[in-house]
Design a protein around this ligand. Structure first.
Ligand code: ADP
Ligand code: MG
Length: 386
């Protein structure tokens, strides 16, 4: 039905969204958001979470999960504005810019309405578009070159997104693409406790179905996972799923010397191991995500293992785009300086930009490392809007 080439997410535009007045995050194979506390890193991730919650949970829940509409509206000098989020991507032909954009507005104080919503999915041979305003969706669909566009008018209930339940090819495809974004916020307590077997093999962001997703992996993917895990946790042989009554948990097998093999349940494993394991399961899950977003992967992982984890992320970045937030100079040092996006606030609004050219040059000349610059709070952004 659809051209099934891999989508590449190019950029995220945030307008009047949380701490952002108007900012653009340029995405790539691997991008790391760096910046002081409360600069807006998690707020940019929140926009992505909002987008990926729409397909599965619908717009009202996606907004409620971020604390409700009123919380999302950017406030500076006390005045709240109408928020908008736009994500741009290409499928196959990189000169054809596809996008999805959502604009909200306030009605009766704290409630919201969809101000407008639009999307385009453009490939070399097909073009699908929709525009939604005031509950009316207009679609335009070209299925093969030289064919006329098929147009329809559809309706969406108040407060809902056209991505849910509307028979528009653009909406269905965008729905799929946003569903291919995986956010990862591992809660190690949830990885280590006995888990309910999951009916889906899609990784839950908190890691609460890690055992079931692991169980759904092919033998080949499991081998790949063990190889990567061994690099992080030396001596780790393999992992199995164990059942206790109606619950499941992970059992880790570690070699001690040449003969003895010891079994540890998830509950006995260190937070760092569980976190690294869950991240790798998320990367290797049966339906590989197009984009994986991980906040502060450095938490609970010791420095040697951290470098390995970044290497692993880097290897996956060829197939799966990676976006992380980080405060770790070690991570920053193991990434190309072009991968960094500096986040900062001025006059109550956040901005995002690549590192300034002169700073990149200083790092390339080997005069200082980007990690040292991060420690010294001296990673200058390329553009200052104010
Ligand atoms: N609606 C809003 N309007 C303006 N600023 C906001 C809004 N919501 C949150 N903020 C600001 O965003 C900051 C937190 O940003 P966050 O992305 O969590 O930071 P970090 O970079 O540490 O992840 C807080 O200082 C808060 O004041
Ligand atoms: Mg944060």
């Amino acid at each position: 039905m659809f051209d099934d080439e891999r989508p590449v997410f190019n950029r995220l535009r945030l307008t009047n969204f949380l701490s952002y007045r108007d900012a653009v995050l340029e995405l790539d194979d691997f991008v790391a958001l760096v910046g002081p506390n409360a600069s807006g890193k998690s707020n940019a991730v929140a926009a992505i979470k909002l987008l990926c919650d729409i397909p599965t949970h619908g717009l009202p829940t996606a907004i409620n999960r971020r604390g409700g509409f009123d919380q999302l509206r950017h406030r500076s000098q006390g005045h709240p504005y109408d928020p908008a989020v736009r994500i741009e991507f290409t499928i196959g032909d990189t000169s054809l810019q596809s996008f999805y954009e959502l604009k909200l507005r306030a009605v009766e104080g704290k409630r919201y309405a969809v101000k407008s919503e639009s999307g385009a999915v453009l490939t070399a041979s097909q073009s699908f578009r929709f525009e939604h305003e005031g509950g009316v969706v207009r679609t335009s669909e070209v299925f093969s070159p030289n064919q006329p566009a098929l147009e329809q008018t559809l309706r969406v209930p108040q407060g809902q997104s056209a991505l849910n339940g509307v028979a528009s090819f653009a909406a269905i495809r965008i729905n799929q693409l946003l569903g291919g974004i995986q956010t990862v916020e591992i809660n190690t307590a949830k990885v280590s406790e006995l888990q309910d077997p999951s009916s889906t093999d899609t990784f839950e962001p908190d890691g609460s179905n890690t055992a079931s997703v692991f169980e759904a992996l092919s033998a080949e993917r499991r081998e790949e996972l063990f190889d990567e895990l061994r690099a992080i946790v030396p001596g780790m042989d393999r992992v199995e799923v164990r059942r206790f009554a109606d619950k499941v948990t992970l059992a880790f097998y570690q070699s001690v010397g040449t003969r003895t093999r010891r079994e540890f349940f998830a509950k006995q494993m260190s937070d760092g191991t569980l976190r690294a394991f869950a991240v790798v399961v998320a990367l290797l899950q049966p339906r590989k995500p197009a984009l994986v977003v991980i906040e502060e992967p450095e938490i609970a992982i010791h420095i040697g293992a951290l470098r390995t984890l970044v290497d692993i992320l880097n290897q996956h970045a060829e197939e799966t785009q990676i976006l992380i937030t980080t405060h770790s100079a070690d991570i920053v040092d193991s990434l190309d300086i072009d991968s960094l996006r500096v986040v900062w606030t001025e006059k109550g609004s956040s901005s995002i930009s690549a590192v300034a050219d002169h700073t990149i040059q200083t790092v390339r000349d080997g005069l200082i490392s980007s990690g040292d610059l991060l420690r010294a709070n001296a990673l200058d952004p390329a553009l200052r809007l104010f």
